[in-house]
Design a protein around this ligand. Structure first.
Ligand SMILES: Cc1ncc(COP(=O)(O)O)c(C=O)c1O
Length: 395
């Protein structure tokens, strides 16, 4: 049957890690493996009311086809959200997407020809690699430190290769949890201008800041329309409604919209109506603060448990927001090879290697703290700490 598949389909393979993590969904296993928001953050009761009212107000419209750009009232709400994020924009600069994951896939369609170079953080978001890969780009990984992508490394790449765009997740990055400093955000934009490349700024977590205010996005410093900004309601309302957006220069938006038409015509009308109504009824800041409060205690619990139980040979990131902690184990430890045994001990994590498009660091792990309970975090981190201590002693 393989002969029927396209080259792209033949190249696609199931992720080994995903297969292992399926086992980790069995009851009783403490999983730091997923990247799921906590169901406790979902406004189920409020949404019940909103959904009924939406059907009463706009029932027929929610069931009809809509425009590819998305619902006008939701795009107007997003203009206001962008304003709170220090970006002055207008409705024609906004298009709704089916989650920001679709924004990533469309970015591949809009910009990437075979062998075009994409500069990305090392490590980077796994599903962005999968979204871009079908367009056959060359990924160039740029080293990071605790302040995000290193600008000396970026400049050395930009000066030696023709890069199409820089893909960056500046806020509480998935997977590393690190954030890019404001100076670096400005520097990245200056470099993008100097070498004439675009920036794809992927920002699903910016509002999940636990130790201070969110930082201004790179887009907020952009005066030429060089930055294409992607975001989503997935982390501040719920991912199941699959509603995200792109904020970009009008000429980019129109290409995204033309190519989105062929994908799904438009994002789910009902979700768009419900989210718009939700924020007409409930306060945006109140909703975001509720999610922040819930995750801040989980982040604190995870860092405290790690400090108490992880051996000092493991270097960890200390995220000031988002959903993930990143760990680097000593050289010689293969986190993927150890995962089945960790699962035997009833704890799962994600090995870091799939987050590198070219050169995996096999001694890395990603730990999610938004999904497990505080008790599970305390218990699971102790089990993992003891397990890693044993493995380090064997080196
Ligand atoms: C960095 C990053 N970009 C994009 C997404 C996709 O989000 P959405 O649910 O809006 O498709 C995620 C989801 O985890 C993410 O971590």
């Amino acid at each position: 049957m393989e002969k029927f598949f396209s080259v792209t389909a033949n190249k696609a393979k199931a992720s080994e890690v995903r297969e292992i993590l399926k086992i980790a969904q069995k009851p009783g296993i403490i999983s730091f493996g997923g990247g799921l928001p906590s169901p406790d953050s979902f406004p189920v009761e409020e949404m019940k009311k909103v959904v009924v009212e939406t059907l009463e107000e706009s029932g027929h419209m929610t069931m009809q086809y809509g425009t590819t750009e998305g619902l006008e009232s939701l795009r107007n709400l997003i203009v206001k959200i962008m304003d709170k994020r220090f970006v002055k924009t207008a409705i024609n600069n906004i298009a709704i997407t089916t989650g920001s994951q679709q924004g990533l896939n469309l970015t591949g369609k809009v910009f990437v020809n075979t062998d075009d170079v994409i500069a990305c953080e090392s490590p980077t978001y796994l599903a962005a690699i999968s979204a871009f890969r079908p367009y056959n780009p060359v990924f160039e990984e740029v080293e990071m430190d605790e302040q995000g992508m290193r600008m000396d490394a970026l400049e050395s790449l930009l000066s030696s290769k023709k890069v199409k765009f820089i893909y960056t997740i500046p806020d509480f990055q998935n997977p590393s949890g690190r954030s890019m400093s404001v100076d670096r955000r400005k520097e990245m934009l200056a470099l993008a201008k100097k070498y004439d490349v675009l920036i794809i700024e992927d920002s699903p977590y910016s509002e999940l800041a636990y130790d201070g205010d969110p930082l201004p996005p790179i887009k907020s410093f952009d005066e030429e329309g060089r930055v294409i900004y992607l975001s989503t309601f997935s982390k501040i309302v719920c991912p199941g409604f699959r509603t995200g957006w792109i904020c970009a220069d009008e000429q980019f938006i129109s290409k995204y919209v033309m190519l989105k038409q062929g994908l799904d015509l438009h994002t789910n009308q009902f979700s768009q109506y419900a989210i718009e109504k939700f924020f007409r009824t409930y306060d945006l800041d109140g909703q975001i603060n509720g999610v922040r409060d819930l995750y801040k205690v989980k982040r604190d619990a995870m860092l405290k448990a790690i400090d108490a139980h992880f051996p000092e040979e493991i270097k960890i990131s200390r995220p000031t927001g988002g959903m993930f902690v990143w760990g680097e184990l000593p050289e010689g430890i293969n986190a993927k090879a150890l995962l089945p045994e960790a699962i035997e001990r009833n704890v799962a994590y994600v090995p870091g290697s799939p987050f590198y498009p070219n050169t995996p660091k096999v001694n890395t792990i990603r730990l999610n703290f938004s999904s497990p309970s505080i008790e599970q975090i305390e218990e699971g981190i102790k089990i993992l700490g003891d397990f890693f201590k044993e493995e380090i002693q064997k080196l």
